[in-house]
Write a protein that binds this ligand. Structure first.
Ligand code: ZN
Length: 348
């Protein structure tokens, strides 16, 4: 998202078009997950309370709460005008809203699991369903997530057998963003230079994509990349390095051009967040999930280049080390290349 808008969370619509990683969700998704069903196994997770606000009224106008969310990206006047337009839910959008409503307990379980994985306090949130003026998912501080069910319908068509998984993954991605902002109330101070701003975005969206990529992006049991992940990394790693090198010396004018595609736009072209998500999956497969994720979360921006050093093609290591030197975050401990894990023994 543009730096200028960073006072809010506005979470770009991610083409998070794939089922998520988290085993708890996959396991639960296999079960009957009807909202009234008692079959949801919370597996020891203490889920937060996620309440649902349906913003689209019967006459097609929307409630002011939806305006407060979309105003962040389109402005207050435009948001007010938009909620007063009569845009009743289409059948497809209504079906997506029903998915969200029916499976809210599953969303809660997934949210609780995400908080636990990253070792941050869970947060009760309000999910606001609307049908205009935004991407499919976004959020705003401190505790609101917007889901544009019309955007879901436009992008994915009518809900299919993967709809529940997709909805839960996208809400979980936005939920992790809210937790991240809560954990780093000083996040603006962490972004004083173009390079630091880029690294923050890549960290922030990289862990978001980590929780929302689907199964086809995941590595095998040995940590080997899936075919689509390997091909995508081959294409994106050179871009990742080149853009960060240029951002290290960029002025504010060129910064925006260089950030294009860092975590927005076509999913498989997201040169910043997607490589980090895929590297992180590989790291997790080799080193275990909670310890790795907690370490990454604690290291925030610094984790980006550490993951790059460990997992990007070796030809990029000199450039990545030079970037680490620029940020003063070069690591000499177990986070280096080769054996071991990003999480040090103490962390683990
Ligand atoms: Zn995001």
């Amino acid at each position: 998202m543009p730096v200028a808008n960073e006072r809010i969370i506005v979470l770009e619509s991610i083409r998070r078009n794939l089922p998520g990683i988290v085993t708890v969700l996959l396991a639960l998704a296999a079960v009957s997950c009807d909202r009234q069903s008692p079959a949801i196994d919370r597996q020891g997770v203490n889920p937060p309370e996620i309440s649902l606000h349906l913003s689209v009224r019967e006459d097609g106008t929307a409630t002011p709460l939806w305006a407060s969310g979309i105003a962040i990206s389109i402005g207050g006047d435009a948001a007010t005008a938009l909620i007063n337009e009569k845009r009743p839910l289409t059948p497809e959008a209504s079906a997506w809203q029903q998915v969200l409503s029916d499976y809210l307990p599953l969303v809660e379980v997934r949210a609780g699991a995400v908080a636990e994985l990253f070792d941050v306090p869970a947060m009760d949130v309000v999910v606001v369903a609307g049908n205009r003026g935004s991407s499919d998912g976004f959020g705003w501080i401190p505790n609101h997530i917007g889901i544009n069910v019309q955007a879901f319908a436009d992008t994915y068509g009518s809900p299919d057998e993967g709809a529940t998984d997709r909805m839960v993954r996208i809400v979980a991605h936005e939920y992790l963003h809210l937790l991240t902002y809560a954990a780093y109330p000083n996040h603006r101070e962490l972004r004083q230079t173009p390079l630091d701003r880029a690294l923050w975005t890549i960290f922030f969206e990289g862990i978001g994509d980590y929780v929302s990529v689907s199964r086809r992006w995941l590595p095998d049991e040995q940590g080997n990349y899936s075919p689509v992940a390997a091909d995508t990394l081959s294409a994106l790693e050179p871009v990742f390095v080149e853009r960060l090198e240029k951002l290290a010396t960029a002025d504010e004018q060129t910064e925006q051009e260089l950030r294009a595609g860092i975590s927005m736009g076509k999913f498989d072209r997201k040169w910043g967040s997607l490589p980090v998500a895929l590297w992180l999956h590989s790291e997790v497969r080799q080193c275990g999930e909670p310890n790795t994720l907690r370490t990454v979360f604690r290291l925030e921006r610094g984790s980006v280049l550490m993951l790059a050093l460990r997992h990007a093609s070796p030809e990029f290591r000199p450039a990545i080390r030079a970037l680490q030197d620029r940020t003063g975050r070069r690591q000499s401990d177990a986070a280096g290349v080769g054996a071991g894990c990003l999480a040090t023994p103490r962390d683990r």
